[in-house]
Design a protein around this ligand. Structure first.
Ligand code: URA
Ligand code: CA
Length: 433
């Protein structure tokens, strides 16, 4: 087989076979296919697309390019959730204990990553003593005992994707649906999921800004999952404004604690109930999505969801006392209000800009070596559609820096007050095929 022939074949709009895709991924991973040929193929795929079979083949070839996690010693159907990423996205912190409270095994591998705030692990580490440096055996034992554990990303997972994603980044081939879908799905499958729930976000703070693109990506991922034997569902949710109120690490832990008791922001609660229902249903713990949702509401209200969060925290060395008393979580020195300059209705809160404002305070990492400040961030006092009086606070800034004029300016520029507002739907669509 020659790579040049495969590039030509794809360039001419033909379909690559399973063997051809396996050849490309294997030889590219081990360095026998150079970057310039791989980038030519990526560009051909960008223009010519891939069939469903090609997408499934590419996904599985990337899964097998490195280590895979074997979760078979864990009883039950392991359902993983993936979000395409947003601002103040506290869903994982809520969902993990919420579904575990219904005995759905949550065996989560998570990362730190770059972004407006830290990743799930950073957020959890704002709880005193909590750590994810556990070995595989402890991880499996915890999930079997408590139904929930989180372990740090480790090992040589999907090296083909790592290499290809970096190449796409510098060759203008990131925004290709078949390449994005196979990239995301390969990582979830390598991490051992039997079933997958996807939260595909759309709007200013999302990777897919346009609804049509988000929908196409959701379908692509759901089909890959189902075609390779992992039951998969997706939700398309709004990320034009931040999710919930809090953007920041310990602030989001506090928000998750509230939400687990049904006392959180309504948008965050609803999204968690919808995604959670899919997880519970796919895990075989409910007869229908409606049944699953009722069961989830029940554990929110009867205290079992919060109790599960405490058990989870204690299981990984954390002090469960800080769940009961969130004021023991890291607190910033200053809390500064941002008063509205006009009366009216909040018509826009630009998600990505608010995320950047939180990052300027130190809540996120700009480079992988940045140190994040777990205490700082923003708490919205208003969401799109809320009315506001002049002088009323729009946002509370939690900061350890005194000079935050740049953050103030950014907030004023990106929260619009008008006479009327159009409130975006929280969930656009549920996608099952
Ligand atoms: N996220 C991924 O993991 N892969 C892509 O290709 C795009 C976004
Ligand atoms: Ca939030």
């Amino acid at each position: 087989m020659r790579m040049v022939d495969l590039i030509e074949k794809k360039r001419n709009g033909k379909t690559l076979t399973t063997e051809e895709i396996n050849y490309v991924v294997t030889e590219y991973t081990n360095g026998d296919i150079p970057d310039y040929q791989m980038s030519a193929l990526a560009m051909a795929i960008y223009f010519q697309n891939m069939t469903e079979q090609e997408r499934a083949d590419l996904t599985m070839a990337m899964v097998h390019s490195g280590d895979t996690i074997d979760l078979s010693p864990i009883e039950g159907i392991k359902v993983d959730k993936h979000s395409t990423g947003g601002v103040g996205d506290t869903t994982t912190l809520v969902l993990a204990p919420l579904v575990a409270a219904l005995d759905v095994p949550v065996a989560k591998m998570s990362g730190r990553g770059l972004g407006h705030t830290g990743g799930t692990i950073d957020k959890l580490e704002s709880i005193e003593g909590f750590h994810v440096e556990i070995d595989n055996e402890q991880f499996i034992d915890l999930v079997n005992r408590d139904k929930i554990a989180v372990i740090g990303q480790s090992g040589n997972l999907t090296p083909a994707d790592k290499k290809l994603y970096a190449l796409r980044d510098v060759t203008a081939t990131v925004d290709s649906i078949p390449l994005i879908a196979s990239s995301i799905m390969s990582k979830k499958i390598a991490a051992g999921a039997d079933a997958i729930v996807l939260d595909v976000k759309t709007g200013a703070g999302a990777f897919m800004k346009k609804l049509d693109d988000a929908e196409e990506l959701a379908h692509a991922m759901v089909r890959i999952g189902n075609n390779v034997g992992r039951k998969t569902m997706a939700v398309i949710s709004d990320m034009s404004q931040p999710l919930g109120f809090a953007i920041g690490n310990s602030l989001e832990v506090k928000e998750a604690i509230d939400t687990l008791q049904g006392k959180g922001p309504k948008d965050l609660e609803e999204l968690c109930l919808v995604l959670g229902s899919q997880m519970v249903y796919l895990a075989g713990k409910a007869d229908s999505l409606e049944d699953a949702k009722e069961k989830l509401k029940e554990v929110m209200m009867n205290g079992k969801a919060l109790e599960k969060f405490k058990v989870f925290v204690a299981g990984q060395g954390g002090n469960p006392d800080s769940i009961e008393h969130p004021e023991k979580l890291p607190q910033a020195t200053y809390q500064i209000e941002v008063p509205a300059k006009a009366s009216g209705v909040v018509s826009e809160i630009v998600a990505d800009a608010l995320g950047t404002a939180a990052m300027l305070l130190g809540a996120g990492r700009a480079t992988k070596d940045s140190v994040i400040d777990l205490a700082v961030g923003l708490v919205l006092k208003k969401k799109v559609g809320d009315s506001v009086q002049i002088g009323e606070s729009l946002v509370t800034i939690h900061t350890n820096k005194e000079n935050i004029q740049n953050v103030m300016d950014m907030i004023y520029e990106n929260i619009k007050i008008s006479e009327t507002a159009e409130v975006p739907p929280l969930i656009y669509k549920v996608i099952t095929d």
